[in-house]
Design a protein around this ligand. Sequence first.
Ligand SMILES: CC(C)(COP(=O)(O)OP(=O)(O)OC[C@H]1O[C@@H](n2cnc3c(N)ncnc32)[C@H](O)[C@@H]1OP(=O)(O)O)[C@@H](O)C(=O)NCCC(=O)NCCS
Length: 328
Amino acid sequence: MPIRTMRLPADTDVVANLLPAAFQYPENPEWSLTRDEAQAIVDMMRSAKRLGFLLVPLALVSSSLRDAFGGFIWEEDGKPVGLVNVSRLGMGGTWTIGNVAVLPAYRRRGLARLLVEAAIARARERGGKNVVLDVIAGNVPAYELYRRLGFEHFNTSTELEYTRAEAPQTPALPSGYHANRLPLFDWRQTFALTSRITPAPVQRFRPVDAAELKVPLPLRIPFRLVVALSGSHPEKAAVVADSPREVAGLITYEARRRGVNQCELFLDPAHAAIGPYLVARTLQSVRAVSPRGAIQVSIPTWEQPLLDAALAVGFEQRLEMHSLGMVL
Ligand SMILES: CC(C)(COP(=O)(O)OP(=O)(O)OC[C@H]1O[C@@H](n2cnc3c(N)ncnc32)[C@H](O)[C@@H]1OP(=O)(O)O)[C@@H](O)C(=O)NCCC(=O)NCCS
């Protein structure tokens, strides 16, 4: 069969060339991979490639790293025409499938189905408990493909983008709260907050799993190197309520001098009052590093107060994404 295992970093260029060619949607140009997004993927992969000498020996001793860069490539007459990535999330039981892509001239021949089946089989062989993936709402070919393979739709999120040059003023925190910067590899605060607020139907397919959030010690230095080489400045911060003493909100972002800036925000709906602070503080910090790059965040529909706070400061809705999952 013309399907082969993806070998990274050796296959970096295959991925870097194929993704921008496949992720074009002439009927929905707003879905197409932008040059900045393609650049961010290429930057990340090229830095991983430069670190290949370090990652290859580490992968021999770290099962988490070994499972982090999996994938398959479909070749026709020696030419790569389709691919899929499959990765374990941290050391946890959840695996994720991404970058499902077949070049336009090779579609509707069952290639994607076989690639995704191979990815599911890889997760199962390696002891995975569940597989998740995201698809743009309205991407009928992909949604139908996954539904026919047995995936169930368990969550919907709004992807937002902030493109203004100026960041809003960060409002003072309401009384009864204080903000802390967190170490980059802190997982306890994220676990405490997300396990408390994530609805049970979502956790059925995407359980909050401490093993997923912990970055194993041998991977921390290479992780920092990949981040530094790709020109990214990550930061993590928490807002803690004094009474009851609990994490009320979390910010994680990667600011970069060029390309798109990705952020992750969590807000306990019971502490909706800190939403404006969380959003404005994130924008200010990212703009300090990235004066012009788009700032993106994805907010699930069950985080309505966070969505309201983001829209209020000038984030714009970009896309709606569906999350689909399968319990193995
Ligand atoms: C989505 C994509 C990967 C499908 O690749 P493909 O090789 O054409 O898919 P397959 O031939 O394996 O199709 C398998 C099943 O998916 C569904 N499907 C695929 N394309 C479809 C379409 N255009 N309309 C409706 N259903 C479709 C069908 O159920 C199909 O089975 P069938 O052909 O027996 O009816 C391809 O269209 C693509 O690369 N799109 C751009 C990138 C993308 O959006 N990736 C998904 C990101 S989540």
